[in-house]
Ligand binder design. Structure first.
Ligand code: SF4
Length: 437
């Protein structure tokens, strides 16, 4: 069977789609680009915002129209929360956020006049982590290691817990073995990901923490860069920092989800930390990992956010010298508590605040990149464009370098000499062999 994949949404979706591709390849099927003729089209969907829903509907409708003879399978968060819509749009197979392995069997045995096959389970029943393993022959430089699924936090603006269910963790031993396997596949970097990795281990019989798991992976899988996915500030304490300190293969880049710099708004969001807690977490990271990069997400224009509250958010990201801030104007998500909150901020004002926050974020990024000049950084090169290779340092700074030989998936030491506020530029130091982690 010729199979084509289209993946929307977050790193967890990408990890799951990668694992599904591996399953199809192992069964002798062929992967083809989504634009080409295929027997089966698999769309991994997202429902984080109403615009993600819109993109999912458009993709399903388009492929159904253009490939009427093919089988269309839809899985992931939109499928989990809107199976009837997926059916009405013409999907043949609808699988939610579990039982992905069954999708393969369903597709292999599917006949056109079978009607729609739906495999959706009630999210509240999910208690066991479904291990899905991707591998290297999908042209990725960085491996995604999904160690956790679901979320118990129910932030007032978020639909994810209703799509993904309760938090559930991969067993620590399985996670370490998977990291070892990904190293043996030739990956030079592994990104530890999940829906809410800060809850890692809380559901396991043998209680453990994200810090202790990552400490084990850093120790037992030397020679591979280990990067962390998005963290909740509550995770960053002395134990966490001590567990990660002293490992040369740790990427000193921490994405610490902020959302607001005002504690009243954080409480309305249902976030379980204050602005001061956030600042303390950042201070601890800078103390424990000097020169590390701290990046964040920021929602502006949340219901009830006054201009003064917004200014506090700007002041916090400035005072914490954050490297990168992803700014999101609040978007109402039906089915969430915040959608029913009073004092919704008008769209024009939300966009104005987003514009102002992005301007500050760009300035902070340029400042951080400037601080890299004169340093020698280890860069993992990932892509090439007209003889220029792009890669990232361990603290997640993008580096552009020209080279006559291919640098894709290679590690090189680069002396940083300049920046344009977007990228770093520099000269190679030593040879590829000199770059041992
Ligand atoms: S932590 Fe909050 S924002 Fe993140 S997935 Fe869970 S409910 Fe959503």
């Amino acid at each position: 069977m010729k199979v084509a994949f289209y993946t929307l949404g977050c790193k967890v979706n990408q990890a799951e789609a990668g694992a599904l591709q591996k399953l199809f390849l192992e069964r002798g099927h062929t992967l083809v680009p989504f634009s080409e003729n295929a027997d089966l089209y698999v769309i991994t969907t997202c429902t984080v915002t109403s615009s993600s829903d819109k993109k999912c509907r458009q993709t399903i409708r388009r492929i159904r129209r253009e490939r009427s003879d093919a089988v269309v399978a839809v899985c992931g968060c939109f499928a989990q929360t809107n199976p009837e819509d997926a059916k009405a749009l013409g999907a043949d197979i609808i699988c939610g956020v579990t039982d992905r392995k069954s999708l393969l069997e369903l597709a292999e045995n599917y006949k056109k006049d079978d009607g729609t096959k739906t495999l959706i389970r009630d999210v509240t029943d999910f208690r066991t982590f479904e291990p899905l393993f991707s591998d290297s022959n999908q042209g990725r430089t960085r491996a995604l290691l999904k160690i956790q699924d679901g979320c118990d936090n129910f932030c007032s603006y978020c639909i994810i817990p209703y799509a993904r269910g309760r938090s559930r963790s991969m067993l620590p031993g399985d996670a370490v073995n998977e990291a070892i396997r990904l190293k043996s596949e030739g990956f030079k970097e592994i990104v530890i990901t999940g829906i809410e990795i800060s809850s890692y281990g809380k559901d396991l019989a043998e209680k453990t923490t994200l810090g202790s798991l990552v400490g084990r992976i850093l120790d037992e899988v030397p020679g591979v860069r280990i990067r962390l996915g998005s963290l909740d500030p509550g995770t960053v304490d002395r134990d966490f920092c001590c567990a990660l300190q002293g490992f040369s293969n740790l990427c000193p880049h921490f994405h610490l989800s902020l959302q607001s710099g005002n504690s009243k708004i954080l409480a309305r969001m249902g976030r379980k930390y204050t602005a001061d807690d956030y600042k303390e977490a950042v201070r601890l990271l800078y103390e424990s990992f000097p020169g590390c990069a701290v990046t964040a997400d920021l929602i502006v224009g949340f219901p009830g956010e006054t201009p003064e509250d917004f200014s506090e958010s700007l002041e916090l990201i400035r005072s914490c010298s954050l490297y990168m801030v992803h700014v999101f104007p609040y978007s109402k998500r039906s089915g969430t508590r915040a959608a029913r909150f009073e004092n919704q901020v008008p769209r024009t004002e939300r966009e104005r605040r987003a514009h102002e926050a992005i301007k500050l974020a760009d300035a902070l990024k340029a400042e951080y990149l400037n601080r890299q000049i004169g340093t020698v950084a280890e860069v993992l090169f990932e892509s090439e464009d007209q003889g220029f290779f792009m890669g990232h340092t361990k603290n997640y700074c993008p580096v552009l370098a020209s080279s006559g030989e291919s640098l894709k998936n290679t590690l090189r030491q680069v002396k940083i000499e300049s920046t344009d506020g977007e990228y770093l530029y520099g000269e190679f130091v030593g040879s590829p062999q000199d770059t041992a982690l």
